[in-house]
Design a binder for this molecule. Structure first.
Ligand code: DHB
Ligand code: FE
Length: 287
Protein backbone atom coordinates (compact mmCIF):
# COMPACT_ATOMS: atom_id res chain seq x y z
CA UNK A 1 0.00 0.00 0.00
CA UNK A 2 1.24 3.51 -0.76
CA UNK A 3 1.73 5.76 2.30
CA UNK A 4 2.04 9.53 2.71
CA UNK A 5 4.94 9.66 5.17
CA UNK A 6 5.87 13.34 5.17
CA UNK A 7 4.51 16.77 4.37
CA UNK A 8 6.76 19.60 3.46
CA UNK A 9 6.16 23.22 2.57
CA UNK A 10 8.30 25.89 1.03
CA UNK A 11 7.94 29.29 -0.58
CA UNK A 12 8.77 29.24 -4.31
CA UNK A 13 10.44 32.59 -4.97
CA UNK A 14 11.64 32.77 -8.63
CA UNK A 15 14.82 34.70 -7.70
CA UNK A 16 15.99 31.59 -5.81
CA UNK A 17 16.05 29.75 -9.15
CA UNK A 18 17.92 32.62 -10.79
CA UNK A 19 20.56 32.63 -8.02
CA UNK A 20 21.08 28.86 -8.43
CA UNK A 21 21.43 29.26 -12.20
CA UNK A 22 23.90 32.14 -11.79
CA UNK A 23 25.96 30.42 -9.04
CA UNK A 24 25.23 33.23 -6.53
CA UNK A 25 23.89 31.15 -3.63
CA UNK A 26 26.91 32.17 -1.48
CA UNK A 27 26.21 35.90 -1.79
CA UNK A 28 25.68 37.54 1.64
CA UNK A 29 21.99 38.13 0.92
CA UNK A 30 21.28 34.56 -0.24
CA UNK A 31 23.52 32.45 2.00
CA UNK A 32 21.19 32.29 5.04
CA UNK A 33 18.23 31.59 2.75
CA UNK A 34 19.88 28.49 1.28
CA UNK A 35 21.41 27.45 4.65
CA UNK A 36 17.91 26.89 6.05
CA UNK A 37 17.38 23.98 3.64
CA UNK A 38 20.53 22.05 4.56
CA UNK A 39 18.85 20.01 7.30
CA UNK A 40 16.03 19.02 4.94
CA UNK A 41 18.37 18.07 2.10
CA UNK A 42 20.16 15.60 4.40
CA UNK A 43 16.94 14.25 5.86
CA UNK A 44 15.17 13.80 2.53
CA UNK A 45 18.26 12.17 0.98
CA UNK A 46 18.08 9.56 3.78
CA UNK A 47 14.28 9.16 3.50
CA UNK A 48 13.94 9.52 -0.27
CA UNK A 49 10.31 9.42 -1.44
CA UNK A 50 9.33 7.34 -4.46
CA UNK A 51 6.86 10.04 -5.45
CA UNK A 52 6.22 13.64 -4.44
CA UNK A 53 2.69 14.98 -4.83
CA UNK A 54 3.64 18.59 -5.38
CA UNK A 55 0.89 21.14 -4.79
CA UNK A 56 1.77 24.44 -6.44
CA UNK A 57 0.34 27.23 -8.51
CA UNK A 58 1.05 28.06 -12.11
CA UNK A 59 1.85 31.76 -12.69
CA UNK A 60 0.27 32.22 -16.16
CA UNK A 61 2.87 29.86 -17.70
CA UNK A 62 0.76 26.80 -18.55
CA UNK A 63 -2.65 28.40 -18.01
CA UNK A 64 -3.86 31.88 -18.87
CA UNK A 65 -7.19 33.69 -18.87
CA UNK A 66 -8.47 31.21 -21.48
CA UNK A 67 -8.51 28.27 -19.06
CA UNK A 68 -8.41 28.50 -15.26
CA UNK A 69 -8.77 25.13 -13.53
CA UNK A 70 -9.32 25.38 -9.78
CA UNK A 71 -7.66 22.01 -9.11
CA UNK A 72 -5.67 20.23 -11.84
CA UNK A 73 -3.62 17.04 -11.71
CA UNK A 74 -0.69 16.30 -14.01
CA UNK A 75 -1.10 12.76 -15.34
CA UNK A 76 1.74 12.83 -17.90
CA UNK A 77 5.03 10.90 -17.80
CA UNK A 78 7.03 14.09 -18.21
CA UNK A 79 6.71 17.86 -17.63
CA UNK A 80 9.17 20.30 -19.21
CA UNK A 81 10.34 23.51 -17.46
CA UNK A 82 8.32 26.51 -18.66
CA UNK A 83 9.70 29.57 -20.41
CA UNK A 84 8.86 32.35 -17.95
CA UNK A 85 10.24 35.12 -20.13
CA UNK A 86 14.00 34.41 -20.14
CA UNK A 87 13.87 30.95 -21.75
CA UNK A 88 13.27 27.73 -19.83
CA UNK A 89 15.49 27.35 -16.73
CA UNK A 90 18.35 24.85 -17.12
CA UNK A 91 16.69 22.25 -14.88
CA UNK A 92 15.90 18.66 -15.86
CA UNK A 93 12.42 17.67 -17.03
CA UNK A 94 10.13 16.53 -14.25
CA UNK A 95 9.28 12.84 -14.41
CA UNK A 96 5.64 12.08 -13.54
CA UNK A 97 4.01 8.94 -12.14
CA UNK A 98 1.15 8.51 -14.61
CA UNK A 99 -0.30 5.39 -13.01
CA UNK A 100 -0.59 6.84 -9.51
CA UNK A 101 -1.74 10.20 -10.92
CA UNK A 102 -4.60 8.59 -12.87
CA UNK A 103 -5.48 6.57 -9.78
CA UNK A 104 -5.64 9.77 -7.69
CA UNK A 105 -7.70 11.49 -10.41
CA UNK A 106 -10.18 8.60 -10.51
CA UNK A 107 -10.37 8.26 -6.74
CA UNK A 108 -10.83 12.01 -6.14
CA UNK A 109 -13.41 12.45 -8.92
CA UNK A 110 -15.48 9.48 -7.70
CA UNK A 111 -15.02 10.98 -4.20
CA UNK A 112 -16.71 14.16 -5.59
CA UNK A 113 -13.59 16.29 -6.18
CA UNK A 114 -13.73 17.13 -9.89
CA UNK A 115 -10.07 17.55 -10.77
CA UNK A 116 -9.02 18.73 -14.23
CA UNK A 117 -6.85 16.06 -15.86
CA UNK A 118 -3.77 17.52 -17.56
CA UNK A 119 -1.80 15.39 -20.02
CA UNK A 120 0.51 18.10 -21.31
CA UNK A 121 1.84 20.95 -19.20
CA UNK A 122 5.05 22.93 -18.70
CA UNK A 123 5.92 23.67 -15.07
CA UNK A 124 7.17 27.03 -13.78
CA UNK A 125 9.03 28.30 -10.69
CA UNK A 126 6.08 27.30 -8.50
CA UNK A 127 7.12 23.68 -9.01
CA UNK A 128 10.80 23.71 -9.97
CA UNK A 129 12.14 26.06 -7.25
CA UNK A 130 10.83 23.75 -4.48
CA UNK A 131 12.52 20.80 -6.23
CA UNK A 132 15.79 22.74 -6.36
CA UNK A 133 15.89 23.80 -2.72
CA UNK A 134 15.29 20.21 -1.53
CA UNK A 135 17.18 18.17 -4.15
CA UNK A 136 20.15 20.32 -5.14
CA UNK A 137 23.64 19.26 -4.12
CA UNK A 138 25.23 20.62 -0.94
CA UNK A 139 26.78 23.42 -2.97
CA UNK A 140 23.38 24.28 -4.47
CA UNK A 141 23.80 22.87 -7.96
CA UNK A 142 20.75 21.47 -9.76
CA UNK A 143 21.06 17.70 -10.33
CA UNK A 144 21.15 16.29 -13.89
CA UNK A 145 17.99 14.30 -13.10
CA UNK A 146 15.48 14.82 -10.27
CA UNK A 147 15.79 11.89 -7.83
CA UNK A 148 12.07 11.22 -7.49
CA UNK A 149 8.89 11.16 -9.53
CA UNK A 150 6.52 14.10 -9.16
CA UNK A 151 2.75 14.40 -9.52
CA UNK A 152 1.92 18.08 -10.03
CA UNK A 153 -1.32 19.35 -8.48
CA UNK A 154 -1.94 22.86 -9.77
CA UNK A 155 -4.27 25.13 -7.79
CA UNK A 156 -5.68 28.44 -8.98
CA UNK A 157 -4.61 31.12 -6.49
CA UNK A 158 -3.93 33.76 -9.15
CA UNK A 159 -7.37 34.71 -10.48
CA UNK A 160 -10.30 35.35 -8.15
CA UNK A 161 -11.94 33.19 -6.82
CA UNK A 162 -9.37 30.76 -5.44
CA UNK A 163 -10.67 27.76 -3.48
CA UNK A 164 -11.29 28.16 0.26
CA UNK A 165 -8.76 26.84 2.75
CA UNK A 166 -11.33 24.35 3.99
CA UNK A 167 -11.95 23.03 0.45
CA UNK A 168 -8.18 22.63 0.06
CA UNK A 169 -8.00 20.74 3.34
CA UNK A 170 -10.79 18.38 2.21
CA UNK A 171 -9.02 17.80 -1.12
CA UNK A 172 -5.94 16.82 0.91
CA UNK A 173 -8.04 14.27 2.78
CA UNK A 174 -9.37 12.90 -0.54
CA UNK A 175 -5.81 12.63 -1.90
CA UNK A 176 -4.80 10.71 1.24
CA UNK A 177 -7.67 8.26 0.70
CA UNK A 178 -6.60 7.86 -2.93
CA UNK A 179 -2.98 7.15 -2.01
CA UNK A 180 -4.00 4.69 0.71
CA UNK A 181 -5.98 2.67 -1.85
CA UNK A 182 -3.05 2.37 -4.29
CA UNK A 183 -1.78 -1.21 -4.07
CA UNK A 184 1.95 -0.67 -4.67
CA UNK A 185 4.18 -0.08 -1.63
CA UNK A 186 5.33 3.50 -2.22
CA UNK A 187 6.80 6.15 0.06
CA UNK A 188 4.89 9.29 -0.92
CA UNK A 189 5.54 12.88 0.17
CA UNK A 190 3.08 15.69 -0.21
CA UNK A 191 4.48 19.18 -0.60
CA UNK A 192 2.59 22.46 -0.28
CA UNK A 193 4.33 25.43 -1.87
CA UNK A 194 4.01 29.21 -2.19
CA UNK A 195 3.57 31.83 0.54
CA UNK A 196 4.25 33.07 3.07
CA UNK A 197 3.13 36.70 3.44
CA UNK A 198 3.90 38.73 0.33
CA UNK A 199 2.32 41.27 -1.99
CA UNK A 200 3.87 41.92 -5.39
CA UNK A 201 1.64 44.75 -6.59
CA UNK A 202 -0.23 47.93 -5.73
CA UNK A 203 0.23 50.39 -2.86
CA UNK A 204 0.87 47.63 -0.29
CA UNK A 205 3.60 45.90 -2.38
CA UNK A 206 6.31 44.58 -0.06
CA UNK A 207 3.90 43.76 2.79
CA UNK A 208 5.29 41.11 5.19
CA UNK A 209 3.64 39.91 8.43
CA UNK A 210 6.01 37.73 10.49
CA UNK A 211 3.67 37.44 13.53
CA UNK A 212 0.84 36.08 11.39
CA UNK A 213 3.21 33.76 9.48
CA UNK A 214 4.72 32.36 12.68
CA UNK A 215 1.29 31.56 14.12
CA UNK A 216 0.37 29.81 10.87
CA UNK A 217 3.56 27.71 11.06
CA UNK A 218 2.94 26.92 14.76
CA UNK A 219 -0.65 25.89 14.12
CA UNK A 220 0.24 23.40 11.39
CA UNK A 221 0.90 21.09 14.35
CA UNK A 222 -0.64 22.93 17.36
CA UNK A 223 -4.08 23.85 16.04
CA UNK A 224 -4.47 22.83 12.38
CA UNK A 225 -8.28 22.95 12.58
CA UNK A 226 -8.06 26.75 13.07
CA UNK A 227 -6.27 27.09 9.74
CA UNK A 228 -9.20 25.54 7.84
CA UNK A 229 -11.46 28.45 8.75
CA UNK A 230 -9.18 31.37 7.77
CA UNK A 231 -11.13 33.37 5.19
CA UNK A 232 -9.77 34.85 1.95
CA UNK A 233 -10.21 38.36 3.32
CA UNK A 234 -7.91 37.59 6.25
CA UNK A 235 -5.16 36.26 3.94
CA UNK A 236 -5.55 39.37 1.82
CA UNK A 237 -5.55 41.84 4.72
CA UNK A 238 -2.87 40.19 6.88
CA UNK A 239 -0.57 38.49 4.35
CA UNK A 240 -0.94 40.53 1.17
CA UNK A 241 -2.49 39.62 -2.17
CA UNK A 242 -0.06 36.73 -2.84
CA UNK A 243 -0.27 35.35 0.72
CA UNK A 244 -3.35 33.48 -0.52
CA UNK A 245 -0.86 30.94 -1.93
CA UNK A 246 -0.89 29.49 1.61
CA UNK A 247 -4.24 27.76 1.03
CA UNK A 248 -2.13 25.24 -0.91
CA UNK A 249 -0.33 24.32 2.30
CA UNK A 250 -3.69 23.14 3.65
CA UNK A 251 -3.96 20.48 0.92
CA UNK A 252 -0.67 19.15 2.26
CA UNK A 253 -1.85 19.40 5.87
CA UNK A 254 -5.25 17.81 5.22
CA UNK A 255 -3.52 14.86 3.54
CA UNK A 256 -1.21 14.20 6.48
CA UNK A 257 -3.85 13.22 9.04
CA UNK A 258 -4.14 14.03 12.75
CA UNK A 259 -0.90 12.66 14.19
CA UNK A 260 1.84 14.94 12.91
CA UNK A 261 5.14 16.16 14.32
CA UNK A 262 7.30 19.08 13.20
CA UNK A 263 10.85 18.06 12.30
CA UNK A 264 12.33 21.27 10.94
CA UNK A 265 11.47 24.91 10.27
CA UNK A 266 13.12 27.78 8.37
CA UNK A 267 11.70 31.31 8.29
CA UNK A 268 13.56 34.20 6.69
CA UNK A 269 12.63 37.80 5.82
CA UNK A 270 13.05 39.11 3.21
CA UNK A 271 13.59 36.78 0.28
CA UNK A 272 13.01 38.90 -2.81
CA UNK A 273 9.55 40.33 -2.00
CA UNK A 274 8.51 37.42 0.18
CA UNK A 275 8.61 36.09 3.72
CA UNK A 276 10.17 32.71 3.08
CA UNK A 277 8.72 29.82 5.10
CA UNK A 278 9.70 26.17 5.03
CA UNK A 279 8.59 23.38 7.36
CA UNK A 280 8.97 19.59 7.41
CA UNK A 281 6.21 17.51 9.01
CA UNK A 282 6.15 13.78 9.68
CA UNK A 283 3.01 11.66 9.58
CA UNK A 284 3.52 9.62 12.76
CA UNK A 285 0.77 7.18 11.75
CA UNK A 286 2.66 6.20 8.59
CA UNK A 287 6.05 5.69 10.24
C1 DHB B 1 7.94 36.44 -5.78
C2 DHB B 1 7.25 35.51 -5.01
C3 DHB B 1 6.35 34.64 -5.62
O1 DHB B 1 5.59 33.72 -4.92
C4 DHB B 1 6.17 34.67 -6.98
O2 DHB B 1 5.36 33.74 -7.54
C5 DHB B 1 6.84 35.60 -7.76
C6 DHB B 1 7.73 36.49 -7.14
C7 DHB B 1 8.92 37.38 -5.14
O3 DHB B 1 9.05 37.41 -3.92
O4 DHB B 1 9.60 38.11 -5.87
FE1 FE C 1 4.06 32.62 -6.36
Amino acid sequence: MARITHGLTTSHVPAIGAMIDQGRTDDDYWKPIFAGYEWTKDYVAKNMPDVVILVYNDHASAFDMKVIPTFAIGCADKFEPADEGWGPRPVPPVEGHADLAWHIAQSCILDEFDMTIINEMDVDHGLTVPLDVIFDSKDNKTPKKWPTKVIPIAVNVVTYPPPSGNRCWMLGEAIARAVASYPEDLNVHIWGTGGMSHQLQGPRAGLINPDWDKRFLDDLTRDPQRLRTIEHIEYLRETGSEGIEMVMWLIMRGALGPNVSELHRHYHVPCSNTALGHIVLKNEDAA
